[in-house]
Design a protein around this ligand. Sequence first.
Ligand SMILES: Nc1ncnc2c1ncn2[C@@H]1O[C@H](COP(=O)(O)OP(=O)(O)OP(=O)(O)O)[C@@H](O)[C@H]1O
Ligand SMILES: O=C(O)C1=C[C@@H](O)[C@@H](O)[C@H](O)C1
Ligand SMILES: [Mg+2]
Length: 174
Amino acid sequence: MSLPIFLIGARGCGKTTVGEALSQALGYAFTDTDHHLQLSTQRSVAEIVAEEGWEGFRARETQSLRAVTAPRTVIATGGGMVLAEENCRFMQEQGQVIWLSASPEILAERLESEPEAAQRPTLTGRPIADEMSDVLRERAHLYQAAAHHQVDAMQSPERVVEAILLSLSLARAS
Ligand SMILES: Nc1ncnc2c1ncn2[C@@H]1O[C@H](COP(=O)(O)OP(=O)(O)OP(=O)(O)O)[C@@H](O)[C@H]1O
Ligand SMILES: O=C(O)C1=C[C@@H](O)[C@@H](O)[C@H](O)C1
Ligand SMILES: [Mg+2]
């Protein structure tokens, strides 16, 4: 199977971390829509949002998704990729979509220890733990509806990769 694999989920669920390891395990290329946007615009997420608002960022994100999609590639997507229905449809049609799910407490813990504020400007203006609860309340059903497979992302990155490989091989066998 050579279809692209899209990793979706909230900030801090490990799309970038796990995506890199998964690509190595499969011998696939790895790409990340946030990094693509940063390189192609020479600006951080915070700078794009300051200049163009979240609406401008979301439009650019949709373009990035299309630009990076290729066979034999693991694609780490931005946490808000599922907010646009056209992005969900595109990912479902083009490849396999995996939701890395984790509790708001774990996500907040990870983000507090590595905030990367330039790439993760606040979404709500609320403290991080409250923000992650709000975000999951708003988006969990979108991640679920978009995903072909849901994987528990609260395990070690190695275990998460194993769980993804298992889901993909079971899907192939059925
Ligand atoms: N399975 C894991 N177990 C423990 N820590 C993890 C795990 N996955 C990721 N992390 C840590 O959590 C932080 C966020 O991970 P990462 O940047 O991969 O998330 P992301 O989903 O790509 O976030 P974003 O949507 O903001 O790009 C990093 O510090 C990373 O080391
Ligand atoms: O969850 C979100 O809306 C975001 C997640 C990050 O990956 C970036 O795409 C950006 O900071 C927005
Ligand atoms: Mg990332």
